[in-house]
Write a protein that binds this ligand. Structure first.
Ligand SMILES: [Zn+2]
Length: 89
């Protein structure tokens, strides 16, 4: 299997198991194994970006309302954890 052949099937194998032939090429080819490593890195980074989405406005509203009523904070409570507790995202 050549690099060109391997990279042609790359979009189809990224989320599935490799055939024996693809596996052998990947083990022996630094170029294609680097391509796979880069794609996995990009996919992981993209997942982290998704989790960094801004929470809905109502979350901030609830936190602000709670912080404005500081007298409701239980004694010895971590106020930030308390403000975030039971806030529905
Ligand atoms: Zn290759």
């Amino acid at each position: 299997m050549t690099c060109t052949e391997f990279q042609k099937v790359l979009p189809y194998i990224i989320d599935s198991d490799l055939t024996a032939e693809e596996h052998v090429h990947l083990e022996s080819c630094r170029v294609c194994s680097n391509v796979i490593a880069d794609m996995k890195h990009i996919a992981q980074s993209a997942k982290r970006l998704v989790t960094l989405q801004e929470p809905p406005a109502r979350v901030w509203h609830t936190i602000r309302r709670r912080l404005e009523r500081q007298e409701d904070v239980p004694r010895n409570a971590d106020s930030r954890a308390w403000a975030l507790s039971s806030v529905e995202w």
